[in-house]
Ligand binder design. Structure first.
Ligand code: NAP
Length: 256
């Protein structure tokens, strides 16, 4: 029996089979969960095709986390398939790579920064609020971060957006804890996904990882990150909230 047997889980942010969300949906299904996935806009067609590569083809919902109408109708879309949710995965981020990333920190314009913070951080609150009525019996919300306690090469304003995400998850943990809803993040090392490949200079980060992570690091293997997300979705972390679990080969704990 899997650790997510009987759980109903929405994974928001699946585009390709390289997406961390895809690996999470796969591991969650293997662990017994009923999974729904979502994406938005033009990539929705790709998500529908990619969904067929999962062990069981899940329903694909349309959700742009910046669209109030999409958020308002989400419970209805979910209820077309399951009668509630036990877990929600936020695997979503966006920052304009041309203006905000790859050494653009000092010139990044506010409008683009605002968009990055809304899509990558504020949306954790939006998604939690939208799915709250579906988690009547409590539940687990898990998001994905890239360690925002320090400054990185190239990551620039996305690092600031991740700092906002990390803080947002703690405030959500505070406000939703009384309803039995846990909110945690997984801080992953660099993985070769669409979002990562769009960051100019991201390869430099990957190089640092391969020499400094004591356990080593495979930037093409999303499964260790997905397993940690699924562990946090499961009943094996019943008293953990507001936490950030590192899945980075031990990199964060090394001085050099
Ligand atoms: P990914 O496959 O590109 O996933 C990011 C997802 O966010 C995509 O499905 C994207 O959709 C979606 N998205 C963007 N704007 C959205 C919006 N307004 N509404 C709904 N969905 C939206 O890349 P990923 O690396 O798996 O990213 C997943 C999460 O892991 C992100 O939070 C990322 O920052 C985090 N993370 C990644 C790494 C890494 O090295 N890859 C490391 C640590 C943390 P479209 O493709 O249609 O734009």
């Amino acid at each position: 029996m899997g650790i997510l047997e009987g759980k109903r889980i929405l994974v928001a942010g699946v585009t390709m089979d390289s997406s961390i969300g895809f690996a999470t949906a796969k591991v969650a299904q293997e662990q017994g969960a009923t999974v729904l996935i979502s994406n938005f806009g033009r990539a929705l067609g790709i998500t529908r095709r990619i969904a067929k590569r999962l062990p069981q083809e899940p329903p694909v919902l349309e959700l742009d986390v910046t669209d109030a109408d999409h958020l308002a109708r989400l419970p209805e879309l979910v209820r077309d398939h399951v009668d509630g949710l036990d877990g929600v995965v936020h695997s979503i981020a966006y920052g304009n790579p041309e203006t905000l990333l790859g050494g653009k920190f000092m010139t990044g314009p506010w409008d683009d920064v605002a968009q990055a913070v809304q899509v990558s951080a504020y949306s954790l609150k939006s998604l939690a609020e939208a799915t709250r009525p579906l988690m009547g019996a409590g539940g687990s919300i898990v998001g994905l971060t890239f360690d925002a306690t320090i400054a990185w090469p190239a990551y620039d304003w996305m690092g600031v957006a991740k700092a906002a995400l990390e803080s947002t998850s703690r405030y959500l943990a505070r406000d939703l804890g009384p309803e039995g809803i846990r909110v945690n993040l997984v801080s992953a090392g660099p993985l070769r996904t669409l979002a990562a490949k769009a960051i100019p200079g991201f390869e430099d980060l990957e190089d640092t990882w391969s020499t400094r992570a004591p356990l080593g690091w495979d930037n093409t293997d999303q499964i260790p990150t997905a397993k940690a997300v699924c562990a946090l979705l499961s009943d094996f972390f019943p008293a953990t909230s507001g936490e950030i679990v590192h899945v980075d080969g031990g990199f964060h704990s090394m001085g050099s």
